[in-house]
Design a protein. Structure first.
Length: 143
């Protein structure tokens, strides 16, 4: 159960077949912070722990539309993860956000942050940064 004196968090997720990048909002829900990258089952456990410890207001999941803006195989895979998430957490709302170009934005942010080239293309690091990009876009749209 979430602590009564701290506001619940907003969680961002960049879901892939092998890894899930996670990010969380700060307590004021202004900034996205990288949480980490996990195998899908471990990501579900991590999200459940966050919900137990701090509470989760909403989970923002990257929705992998095609270049033409349509759903496809990738969205079906993410929908499977969302279903498992809902089974695990119960009534926590899930918001789907267009994630086109978030990996490229994440790589650019890593470059601008001074991360060296080999580390900048580390898939796990990019996935976690992409989750933060997805979450920050959501947080910015709320203000």
């Amino acid at each position: 159960m979430a602590a009564l004196d701290s506001p619940s968090r907003i969680v961002g997720a960049d879901v892939g077949t092998k890894r899930v990048g996670l990010a969380t909002s700060d307590p004021l829900r202004l900034f996205a912070q990288v949480e980490g990258t996990y195998p899908p089952d471990e990501a579900l456990d991590t999200i459940a722990s966050l919900n137990d410890e701090e509470g989760i207001e909403v989970i923002v999941v990257g929705w992998p539309l095609t270049e033409a803006g349509e759903e496809g195989e990738a969205t079906e895979m993410v929908e499977g993860f969302v279903e498992r998430l809902c089974e695990t957490l119960g009534p926590v709302p899930v918001e789907r956000r267009d994630e086109r170009y978030t990996s490229e934005m994440a790589k650019d942010l890593l470059r601008r942050a001074g991360v060296s080239q080999p580390g900048r293309y580390d898939k796990g690091r990019v996935d976690a940064a992409a989750a933060a990009v997805i979450l920050q876009d959501y947080l910015d749209s709320r203000s």
